[in-house]
Design a protein. Structure first.
Length: 275
């Protein structure tokens, strides 16, 4: 288990390749990182797919738990249900080696605790965010669900406080959902470049240098803090779905109740977007 603090830098290059996503449920998404290719030869494309399935390194999955100042003090408790419904089958997991799913593909799961602002901020929420995530890291091995993960990282997207907004009752404000939108974009940027950051340093401080092969993540599962599992082995089931099917988007529209009072006033594209 490794702790790693990483701050978003707006001057870094854009996310490489193409982001394709599948939405499984409200506020729960899988994003698939693909390289950009222009295929005109189906045999060549099939050959490349076969090579990927025969890869020796495990598929790497980043599970992202984004939270804002509203959840800063309670983010640790949002994992309580993971003890009842474990993300994986523990008898198939070894903390120090990748496991196989039912398709025989080796998997490695890393957890990212993503704070929308900065952990070293001066306000009370920043202190609570820092204390809550540090508590999770310090006690990581005591949680049954933690055995499903290889590493845990603290990342921050460094959104200015005045721009970190989610105000459904103020849809006339163009920035009413700016906080979650920016946290997603910056979080994906961090994860897309995460392997380069690790492999470019020989230092072990904060987990740097843990991945000498510099392998990028294949999937990023974004699971917001108000999403709770309702069955065991839910993470393995999600990844099995991603491994077994070719897709661009798969999932459902937003099914929550937060927009009920003003849903009809929202743009059609927003009302029917895949969440």
């Amino acid at each position: 288990m490794t702790q790693y603090r990483y701050q978003y830098n707006r001057h870094k290059n854009s996310v490489p390749g193409v982001l394709l996503f599948v939405t499984i449920a409200s506020a729960l998404c899988i994003y698939v990182f693909h390289e950009t290719h222009d295929y005109h030869d189906s045999d060549k494309y099939t050959s490349i797919l076969q090579q990927r399935h025969q890869q020796q390194h495990p598929k790497r999955v980043a599970i992202v738990r984004p939270f804002s100042p509203v959840r800063a003090a309670t983010i640790a408790h949002t994992f309580d249900s993971w003890n009842e419904y474990l993300p994986c089958q523990l008898d198939k997991q070894d903390l120090f080696s990748a496991s196989n799913d039912d398709t025989g593909i080796r998997m490695q799961y890393d957890l990212f605790l993503s704070y929308s602002q900065a952990y070293n901020g001066t306000d009370e929420a920043a202190r609570e965010a820092d204390q809550s995530t540090q508590y999770l890291i310090d006690n990581f091995h005591s949680f049954p669900w933690a055995q499903c993960f290889h590493n845990v990282y603290m990342i921050e997207t460094n959104i200015p406080k005045e721009q970190d907004l989610y105000r459904p009752s103020q849809t006339d404000n163009a920035l009413w959902v700016n906080g979650p939108n920016q946290q997603f974009l910056k979080g994906m940027h961090i994860i897309a470049h995460h392997h380069r950051r690790l492999s470019s340093s020989s230092s072990s401080k904060h987990g740097l240098g843990i991945d000498p092969n510099g392998m990028p993540y294949d999937y990023a599962v974004v699971m917001e803090s108000d999403v709770v599992p309702v069955k065991p082995n839910w993470l393995e089931d999600l990844i099995r779905e991603a491994n077994e099917h070719e897709f661009c988007m798969l999932g459902s529209k937003y099914a929550g109740i937060a927009w009920d009072g003003f849903r009809s006033s929202l743009p059609i594209a927003l009302q029917h977007h895949l969440n």
